[in-house]
Design a protein around this ligand. Structure first.
Ligand SMILES: [Fe+2]
Length: 500
């Protein structure tokens, strides 16, 4: 609560009101809580009052009730205190008159004006408090919004969680904001230290120990402000931090705990801090649930993709594992190309699903050991477009990923299929996948021939660079194999003839 003062109200308005209400029988002045004149009808009235006050004992004039008293220069002084919620007046309104016959009901009028002033001062104070509370709520909302927008990447990105916890520590004015999770042996934490904590590891271990067990078992929040709190005999022993701990609920289970620590020299935790701590803990719980759900969905998506590939590869046992191998090689080339996260994701999905269209090619053609007729080859050439059509049903798949599958049989010189695109007309994801696909096709065994060696595959790939394949991605694959190509042998069925 801010201390209220008369300065925040319109003194002119009340001074003139008092003058009019007392029929201008004498000069009106207003004093502050220290007895200083802060408003007067005119300079001479102010000077007169100052001289009277200088000669008068304030303790007999400036009282908590309305008074009338004879003062110097034969004057009569009426004084009404401005009383707000505090026991002491925040000021006085003073009227000086020459004789009692002038007074009329001035005393009552003066008291009414003082009451109006008190009301306005109180209202102003309430407004100030409301504004500062609004400011605090805004800060809290901002914090909660930042929690939501940054996301609590607790499992996969502890750095993200640390930044977020530092943010919380700063907003709440605490030294340590820690998130204890039942799944993790050590808490995630952010610091906003007013002075160092030399045994921080020990403190964090203690949070993960009995404090967490206590909050998990009681399933309720806990504030330890006082050093003399009897619970300190078994919680945060020998640690002089003020502590606020709130459980993070996962349905009926306690999945974690938000802990805020302040050095003993800082403010105690208030009910407002407790409320905010609970909100943040709840928000964290919601984010953790969302994250778990997303993870589940991600796994479901991967398993569905796996099932789709299984359906294709079951048609032709010789191609078993081809999609995963092409994906692994493509990702290596993609990372050597310095692709960003979205493009890497497109490469991952496009390469894994590039052949799903083969599901529509008759088994007799797909597995034919002998030479294909022109018509049979045409049926094979349908598969990239079919892959694209199938992948159109997966809304979340990026266009880049779909294009990777659709154009992976296009040749750099325009001689490929299904659209005969050339050079940069072919989307980069497709040009990249094409290199990986070619390597795996050469090194995999077919019904009519055994898979070739790594060296043979690289020689062939270099030969067709610029014709069938984009030379840029061929160069990247060469570079990836320059010092050590064993990673490629581990991924694929290729054998190595360099030692033979
Ligand atoms: Fe393929």
């Amino acid at each position: 609560m801010t201390a209220v003062t008369l300065k925040e109200i319109n003194l002119d308005r009340f001074g003139h009101l008092a003058r009019r209400a007392t029929n201008d029988v004498g000069p009106v002045s207003i004093l502050n809580r220290d007895g200083d004149v802060i408003w007067s009808a005119d300079a001479s009235a102010e000077e007169l009052l100052r001289s009277i006050l200088a000669d008068t004992d304030p303790s007999v004039v400036l009282l908590t009730e309305s008074t009338q008293r004879s003062v110097g220069s034969g004057k009569l002084m009426f004084s009404s205190p401005v009383l707000c919620e505090e026991p002491e007046p925040v000021g006085w309104i003073i009227l000086l008159v020459d004789s009692e016959s002038d007074v009329g009901d001035a005393r009552a009028v003066l008291a009414d004006v003082a009451a109006c002033m008190a009301r306005e001062v109180t209202l102003n104070g309430e407004l100030d408090n409301l504004a500062s509370e609004l400011g605090e709520r805004y800060e809290e909302l901002n914090l909660i919004y930042s929690l939501e927008s940054q996301g609590l990447a607790v499992e996969r990105d502890p750095t993200g969680a640390q930044i977020l916890l530092e943010n919380i520590a700063e907003h709440l004015g605490v030294d340590v904001a820690a998130l204890v999770l039942s799944e993790r042996p050590t808490p995630l934490f952010g610091l906003n230290l007013t002075r160092s904590i030399p045994n921080l590891d020990l403190v964090l271990t203690e949070l993960r120990g009995d404090l967490f067990r206590f909050v998990s078992t009681s399933r309720s929040s806990l504030i330890l402000n006082e050093l003399e709190d009897p619970r300190r005999r078994y919680l945060l022993i020998n640690m002089d931090f003020r502590c606020l701990a709130c459980p993070v609920m996962g349905g009926n289970r306690v999945d974690g705990m938000l802990v805020l620590l302040r050095h003993g020299s800082r403010n105690e935790f208030s009910n407002g801090d407790l409320k905010l701590g609970k909100v943040i803990a709840n928000q964290t719980a919601i984010m953790m649930r969302n994250r778990a759900m997303l993870e589940k969905l991600r796994k479901f998506g991967q398993q569905m993709a796996g099932a789709l590939i299984e359906a294709v590869e079951a048609k032709d046992p010789y191609t078993r594992g081809h999609s995963e191998r092409v994906q692994a090689i493509s990702l290596k080339i993609g990372s050597a190309a310095g692709l960003d996260g979205d493009s890497m994701e497109a490469v991952a999905w496009g390469s894994l699903l590039h052949d799903v269209g083969k599901v529509g090619v008759p088994d007799a053609i797909l597995c034919k050991a002998g030479r294909l007729t022109d018509d049979e080859y045409t049926m094979i050439k349908i598969h990239p477009e079919r892959s694209y059509e199938i992948l159109m049903h997966i809304e979340d798949l990026s266009p880049e990923a779909r294009e990777g599958a659709r154009y992976h049989q296009e040749n750099f010189d325009g001689s490929g299929y299904p659209h005969g695109l050339k050079g940069n007309e072919i989307p980069p994801t497709a040009r990249l996948i094409s290199v990986a696909d070619t390597y795996d096709a050469i090194t995999s065994s077919r019904p009519y021939r055994a898979g070739l060696s790594h060296e043979a595959a690289m020689t062939e790939i270099q030969r067709v660079a610029g014709a069938q394949l984009d030379p840029h991605y061929v160069t990247l694959l060469e570079r990836l194999c320059e010092e050590d190509h064993r990673w490629l042998l581990r991924i694929t069925n290729a054998h190595d003839t360099s030692d033979e």
